[in-house]
Design a protein around this ligand. Structure first.
Ligand code: FEO
Length: 395
């Protein structure tokens, strides 16, 4: 991919990855991704902000050759994860005089993960600056987006924020700047849900810190560059807020149709009450879609049969993700059926430890749902409606 100028003296030198379909052996990438690295050329010195995934190392080297870079003075590591720092060892070898810019929390990770010579490290603190000659880089320590060592770099004169994973999007595009606003918004929400949602409190603090910074451009390390930062900033403000939507997410799995019948009945009952519902049949669900739905929904109802003595493994997986992603869900319940015994509801309840939604009385029945059981499902819909009304999201 070509070297592209963002503003005079600042260039994108990273690489899109159109073909990648899975991240961390976990996250689906329907739109691929990109590993963005940026070159900042001052009058006296040159800095490379982040590198690329090792799979695209050659692209980065090629771009630096195209940009006629003979020396680099600083290699900034905003984040030690390998999709941004994996090519750091090669860059350090190619540019032996370059200092590697890290912070107190990242220095150990960079050395442990990448086997970088500790003598090459330049450790910066929050607010420290580097003068490149008519271009100044300022470092802002922003831990837990999404590792403990993360920071962002701000190009002061050009008002460009290199935000690394924060505000990123797994979206491969040949355009440098965001063009399709709706598609990128959706992709950015998916990224937020999968990666950033557990840290929304930390993000809120960092956004407060960024509030007074004049930002003309946000250049993240995944996806398009934002020339209108307010689009992504306002989206984040919405996602990290405590506001929830009048919606119910129903991740479910069924073996012989009983749980599915209960889920179908619940969906119908909620729609009759004008509550939006999003069912996800887990064996065929893209977990990114499920994560996105969890960003806003006020209520989650897990549907599962009992397998052997507990919940179906698909429901266990979904509940584990729910707990780890820590959405702002206010109400939680379980529906489903069992054949001869087990403690499915207790097992699922025990898995939800990192969030504290109010538990609504589960509807867990024996065998195929009869009329009386479906009535209980309707009562659950009534309870959800009442709860949504009580928190002011349902008319
Ligand atoms: Fe894109 Fe946390 O690495």
């Amino acid at each position: 991919m070509a070297v592209r100028e963002i503003v005079p003296g600042i260039y994108a030198v990273g690489a899109p990855d159109f073909d990648r379909r899975l991240f961390d052996s976990l996250i689906p990438l329907p739109n691929g991704t990109s590993y963005n690295a940026y070159l900042v050329r001052g009058e006296k010195k040159t800095a490379l902000v982040d590198t690329v995934d090792p799979a695209k190392e050659l692209d980065l080297v090629t771009n630096l050759v195209k940009a006629r870079i003979e020396s680099i003075d600083y290699i900034v590591s905003n984040h030690a994860e390998q999709d941004h720092s994996g090519s750091l060892p090669m860059m350090a070898e190619l540019f032996p005089r370059a200092s590697i810019v890290v912070n107190e929390k990242s220095k150990d990770l960079v050395v442990r993960l990448l086997d970088v010579d500790p003598n090459r490290l330049l450790v910066v603190r929050d607010g420290d600056t580097l003068d490149l000659g008519r271009k100044t880089l300022r470092f802002l320590i922003t831990p837990w987006v999404h590792w403990p060592e993360t920071m962002v770099t701000y190009a002061v004169e050009d008002r460009v924020l290199f935000s690394c994973d924060l505000f990123g999007t797994h979206y491969a595009d040949s355009s440098l700047f965001m063009e399709d606003e709706r598609e990128v918004y959706s992709s950015a929400k998916r990224y937020y849900a999968e990666i950033m949602m557990p840290f929304r409190t930390n993000i809120a603090e960092h956004m407060q810190k960024l509030k007074d910074l004049p930002i003309s451009i946000i250049a993240p390390s995944h996806g398009p560059v934002y020339s209108r930062p307010e689009i992504i900033l306002s989206a984040y403000r919405e996602w990290i807020s405590d506001d929830v939507a009048d919606e119910v997410v129903v991740p479910y799995v069924s073996m012989h149709g009983s749980t599915e019948k209960m889920v179908g009945h619940l969906c119908e009952a909620l729609l009759e009450r004008n509550i939006r519902v999003k069912p996800f049949n887990l064996p065929s669900t893209d977990i990114g879609e499920l994560a996105m739905a969890l960003v806003d929904a006020a209520t989650v109802v897990i549907g599962t049969p009992t397998v052997l003595f507990g919940p179906h493994p698909e429901a266990v997986y979904a509940t584990y993700l729910f707990n780890m992603l820590r959405p702002k869900t206010r109400f939680l319940s379980v529906i489903g059926s069992y054949g001869w015994g087990g403690n499915t509801v207790e097992v699922l309840k025990g898995m939800v430890t990192r969030v504290k939604p109010e538990l609504l009385e589960p509807v867990y029945i024996r065998g195929a749902p009869l009329a009386a059981d479906l009535k209980k499902v309707e009562e659950l819909a009534d309870t959800i409606e009442r709860k949504h009304r009580e928190i002011g999201i349902h008319a």
